[in-house]
Design a protein around this ligand. Structure first.
Ligand code: NAD
Length: 252
């Protein structure tokens, strides 16, 4: 298993859910991995399980100083940076009438400003390093709306088009930096458990989610991690600006 042999990756939100699955999958394919998160308690065990080719980086994605320090620490530890996965995210449920300005701002900061700052922080390093791959975790909620997700829809749709803008810029500048987004359907992670916990009838909500997926079930973190390996590897060298849907057919 060496599809990412010798490559260096920084994965935000690496302490949990999709992020920790992506970190494990990248390490299994031979990458050095910076597990970046604000949650050190959950992040350290992830690093421990991956061994000496992984490292925990304390990084709040909303803070540009954190980004500069985290990228510098990764480069100093592993000698470069080839792959960025902007995965950290939060979900706050609320329609346009229910969502407070505070929750709107929180969602936009983490889910959209985070990836924006991440792209800005890594492009100079990747440029100097002869290229790289940026993978932004959006959502099917970045492609179609739900009445309950005014802020999350806005942030994830922003990630979709920002990714394409980054892809075009880097391609036209001949940086050899690719940028693609992944749009997961509903995947079983701690974030999903938090959303379920906000529901008055969690089993009914799960049944609705399952019924939205033509394949008859929701997804697993490894489904998303497998797409991330492809986009991170040189196998996808002609793929940039793509919105890659991993959703059991739910957005058809
Ligand atoms: P999760 O809650 O399990 O993990 C999110 C991680 O992000 C946590 O470790 C958390 O500490 C970290 N994080 C939160 N704010 C941060 C910040 N400011 N700086 C750094 N780290 C921060 O969530 P998940 O389900 O694994 O989701 C990962 C990504 O996938 C998110 O962007 C989410 O929107 C997206 N997504 C998830 C699903 C799903 O069904 N689980 C579907 C579509 C998209």
């Amino acid at each position: 298993m060496s599809r990412l042999a010798g490559k260096v990756a920084l994965v935000t939100g690496g302490a949990s859910g999709l992020g920790s699955a992506i970190c494990a999958a990248f390490a299994a394919e031979g990458a050095f991995v910076a597990v970046a998160d604000v949650n050190e308690t959950d992040g350290r065990p992830v690093v421990k399980s991956l061994g000496s080719t992984a490292r925990f980086i304390h990084l709040d994605v909303t803070d540009s100083e954190n980004w500069n320090a985290g990228v510098a620490e990764t480069v100093a530890a592993f000698g470069g940076l080839d792959i960025l996965v902007n995965n950290a995210g939060i979900t706050i449920i609320g329609s346009i009438e229910a969502l407070s300005l505070e929750d709107w701002n929180k969602t936009l900061h983490v889910d959209l400003t985070g990836p924006f700052l991440g792209c800005k922080a890594v492009i100079p390093v990747m440029k100097a390093n002869n290229g790289g791959s940026i993978i932004n975790i959006s959502s099917t909620a970045g492609l179609r709306a739900s009445e309950h997700l005014a802020g999350y829809n806005a942030a994830k749709a922003g990630v979709t088009l920002m990714t394409q803008s980054v892809a075009l810029h880097c391609a036209k500048q001949r940086y050899n930096i690719r940028a693609n987004s992944i749009h997961p359907g509903i995947i079983r992670t701690p974030m999903l458990e938090k959303v379920l916990a906000q529901s008055p009838d969690a089993p009914a909500m799960m049944d609705v989610w399952i019924s939205q997926h033509p394949v008859g079930h929701i997804g697993e973190p490894s489904d998303v991690a497998n797409m991330a390996i492809y986009l991170a590897s040189d196998e996808s060298k002609f793929v940039t600006g793509a919105a890659c849907v991993v959703d059991g057919g739910s957005s058809i």
